[in-house]
Design a protein around this ligand. Structure first.
Ligand SMILES: [Zn+2]
Length: 433
């Protein structure tokens, strides 16, 4: 039998949504994860786990937090180098920065270089799975799946579909977009840990003919995913409705094309009517809330309480490069602030769930990632609570006052943590950071 490795540390994972029940997580202050052949075989108190196995290698992370890697459900890998660019709102930002940067991905060498940089940034920030937009160029998808495959990481991505309102170098046609997507699905979907995501950018840049083609494609490959943007910005909504004058609201544009499914992830969804929220909830679609991006572009304040009340499935995501950080700890922190402005002091457990097990469930990947259940892939991170002087001082204070509790530990990571707190990142039991 192949070798067993025990990782000792504070072990934490979710077993359910903290919105459903109080004891939705497991926490072993002196715990262990047992990993063999890249899979979790056991998890529990260190003393119990080590008693069950005679022969193992021990990796000691005592005092550090071992938790499932983060899942980022909405991110643009071609925008990694235009993060933090000054100016205006969504539609200007796309014209001024995004479209010029994406044109460079016509070069496979550039795509390969950026895919490597992007995946290193994910690992540095403790993200082990993402659902990413590529560009309109099939080579951009090939590059990202290829580099992800070198690490055997779980990667979801797809070619962006755009047949209007974009520079000539970035447009396809409905027919070309469909045939290029089909060929990428045949090559990559389900190969190793890769999954294909049918990716119409948004209604402004896709004709109804192209959206219908995307919906048909999903019908032919029903276990692929769909990702697009919805109601991020008010000018975007006005533009969409003027391009599709016979639709009652923005969501209807996607509904007509068969794109509102339980495998669809809609980025942003800030300015939705109650009716749109209900229809998304009924369809079982996923809403990716991207707070650093929404604040940066001045798009608006997503209402998490309303989303929860209406039964929408919500996850947290970075939306780099309009998002300003690859770190899901930073993203959780900004999400907390957005909800504070909405009068909802969201618990750290809710935000953490929405970028771990909650995201895995929303993406229907919870039999593979998102928790430490037996047979899950060993995609996990090692988190240092006191990676900065401020966090160290905060920890000392809480310990001195007998308040070094799990929620206080996690809340500190959320409020002021970032990539510096990620000591190690593992993909299928192999250290990649
Ligand atoms: Zn986006």
């Amino acid at each position: 039998m192949s070798e067993l490795t025990l990782y000792r540390g504070e072990v934490f994972d979710f077993i359910d949504s903290p919105l459903n029940r109080k004891d939705a997580y497991r926490y072993f202050p002196d715990g262990a994860l047992a990993v063999r052949d890249g899979e979790i075989v056991d998890c529990g108190p260190y003393k119990e786990i080590k008693g069950r196995y005679a022969d193992y290698e021990l990796v000691d992370y005592s005092g550090k937090l071992l938790m499932p890697g983060f899942i980022d459900s909405h991110i643009h890998y071609p925008q990694a180098e235009i993060i933090g660019m000054y100016g205006k709102q969504l539609l200007d930002w796309l014209d001024d920065y995004t479209f010029p940067a994406e044109q460079a991905f016509a070069s496979p060498e550039h795509a390969d270089k950026m895919a490597r940089f992007f995946i290193q940034e994910l690992f540095r920030n403790g993200t082990t799975t993402c659902m990413a937009y590529a560009t309109v160029h099939p080579a951009s998808v090939t590059a990202l799946f290829s580099v992800a495959s070198e690490y055997n990481m779980c990667m979801l991505t797809g070619k962006v579909l755009m047949d209007r309102n974009a520079p000539a170098g970035l447009t396809d046609t409905a027919g070309q977009g469909e045939s290029e997507s089909r060929s990428l699905i045949e090559t990559w979907h389900g190969k190793g840990r890769n999954r294909y995501v049918i990716t119409p950018r948004f209604a402004i840049s896709c004709s109804m003919e192209q959206l219908l083609a995307a919906g048909r494609l999903h019908g032919q490959y029903p276990d692929t995913y769909i990702q697009t943007h919805l109601s991020e910005n008010k000018d975007e909504i006005d533009s969409t409705l003027s391009l599709c004058p016979d639709c009652q609201d923005y969501l209807e544009v996607y509904e007509r094309a068969g794109l509102v499914t339980d495998r669809s992830v809609f980025g942003h969804c800030i300015h939705l009517s109650d009716s749109e929220c209900r229809r998304l909830a009924e369809a079982g679609s996923v809403i990716a809330h991207c707070p650093t991006s929404n604040l940066f572009l001045g798009s608006g304040l997503f209402d998490m309480q309303q989303a929860n009340r209406l039964g929408m499935q919500t996850v947290l995501a970075t939306d780099v490069g309009a998002g300003t950080s690859f770190s899901l700890l930073r993203t959780m922190g900004e999400s907390y602030k957005v909800q504070q402005l909405n009068g909802y002091p969201m618990s750290v457990l809710e935000s953490l769930y929405k970028c771990t097990l909650g995201a895995a469930k929303a993406l229907r990947l919870d039999d593979e990632i998102g928790c430490f259940g037996k047979g899950r892939k060993a995609d996990f991170i090692v988190v240092d609570y006191a990676a900065t002087p401020s966090l160290q001082a905060r920890m000392d204070y809480l310990k001195r006052n007998g308040k070094w509790t799990l929620e206080n530990k996690l809340f500190g990571l959320q409020a002021i943590g970032d990539d510096r707190n990620i000591q190690a990142t593992y993909i299928i039991g192999t250290r990649v950071k």
